[in-house]
Design a protein around this ligand. Structure first.
Ligand code: FEO
Length: 395
């Protein structure tokens, strides 16, 4: 059953998207609150749909559109971003509104053609181009690599409305559509998780996009996932500016896995030492925490410690998987430290250290690599190392 929760954003502008209540894995990202794919219908002389939804929510979107207009009357479909969670329904929609023109960027054209393998009735726009649809004129600004090459925003000056696709999104499925209907703590956490897992590699491009968007008069930001910003716009812009600059807080994150408990003992002693310096520490065991949640902690932590024992001459697969993910997301300006335990060989620590060096992290102290089970004195030394690290990041 489809609940028709159509929401008016502005006069004649409606949310008609789809709610994915049960999705828990979004290409590997743990979406514990589900998500939405937001589509916006603008009823003007030319009827315009901005974005569409993931293919399996097409009927849900269509039902919402039907409550407002005859979908065959849609004149324009704006595709701000090719990724299939937003474009997946375009072919089905074009079977209904056969004469609709799809508006996209140059890179969007390439992407849509590669995905759909058919000729589409396209109009290509670039930054600064406009499209008059009657009472309104839509403006387009390309924001390449936030987070795909084709990414673009649609801005409607007369309504002070920005539709920026994935930027400012969060994976939250809810009946509520606006930021003042959901707790800020939840919004911030999900926006941070979204940024960390999707946007983090592109900080420089985000800064450029924020600069371009700062010139616009905006009182509503309607992203393609989650809730629409209208009351907390300064708050989310402030967070984005901080994340784009790779700014962190004076806090530590310890990410580890352990076979027989030795590496875990080291992790806990490090924590005690760091805390002695008044630095808050978050412990994350790779056995119990999903990597997409650990990455959320990475965006705000200045000091990141990584620990693994050596197994078969290398690190544990859980740490290998986490580091592959971390390498791709490329967090900058972090202080790193590596620790582990071993029976013989002990290669894990060196391998982890190499990856942190490749990320150009500051590694001020020698790694900890202890044989079999650490004794009291060794753990005392580890604690002292933790204290040194805590002091170091307070400099
Ligand atoms: Fe929500 Fe990049 O797609």
């Amino acid at each position: 059953m489809i609940e028709l929760n159509i929401v008016k954003l502005k006069p004649d502008i409606y949310w008609v998207g789809g709610i994915d209540w049960n999705i828990r894995n979004f290409h590997g990202y743990l979406t514990q609150r589900g998500t939405t794919y937001n589509a916006y219908l603008i009823i003007d002389n030319k009827i315009t749909l901005v974005e569409s939804v993931k293919h399996y929510l097409f009927d849900e979107m269509l039902s919402r559109i039907k409550e407002l207009i005859d979908p065959s009357k849609i004149d324009y479909i704006i595709s701000n971003h090719v990724e299939m969670d937003h474009s997946g329904s375009i072919p089905k929609l074009l079977e209904i509104c056969k004469n609709a023109k799809v508006i996209t960027s140059t890179r969007g054209e390439k992407g849509l053609k590669r995905h759909f393998k058919r000729n589409l009735n396209l109009r290509i726009v670039k930054s600064g181009d406009t499209l008059n649809i009657g009472k309104r004129t839509l403006h387009f600004v390309e924001i390449p690599m936030v987070h795909w090459p084709d990414s673009m925003v649609t801005y409607i000056p007369s309504d002070k409305l920005l539709i920026p696709n994935d930027a400012f999104g969060q994976h939250i499925a809810s009946s509520e559509r606006f930021d003042d209907q959901i707790e800020w703590g939840i919004l911030r956490e999900e926006a941070a998780k979204y940024y960390a897992n999707i946007v983090m590699p592109y900080g420089n491009q985000v800064e450029k996009a924020l600069d371009a968007l700062s010139k616009l008069d905006i009182d509503m930001i309607a992203p393609s996932h989650g809730i629409i910003w209208r009351s907390f716009i300064p708050n989310i812009l402030k967070e984005y500016t901080k994340w784009a600059r790779y700014e962190t807080d004076d806090k530590a994150l310890i990410v580890y896995d352990s076979m027989w408990g030795s590496t875990e003992k080291i992790a806990y002693s490090l924590r005690e030492g760091i805390e002695e310096e008044g630095i808050p520490v978050t412990m994350r065991n790779l056995k119990t925490t999903h990597i997409s949640d650990i990455i959320t902690e990475v965006i705000s932590s200045k000091l990141i410690l990584l620990g693994s024992p050596t197994l078969n001459n290398t690190m544990l697969p859980s740490m290998g998987g986490f580091l592959t993910y971390l390498k791709g997301l490329r967090p900058k300006n972090r202080v790193g430290h590596v620790f582990g335990s071993y029976g013989w060989g002990g290669q894990a620590v060196g391998e982890i250290e190499k990856i942190l060096k490749d990320l150009s992290w500051d590694i001020p102290f020698e790694s900890i690599n202890l044989n079999y089970i650490p004794d009291k004195e060794e753990l005392l030394d580890v604690r002292k190392k933790g204290k040194k690290l805590g002091k170091y990041i307070k400099k």
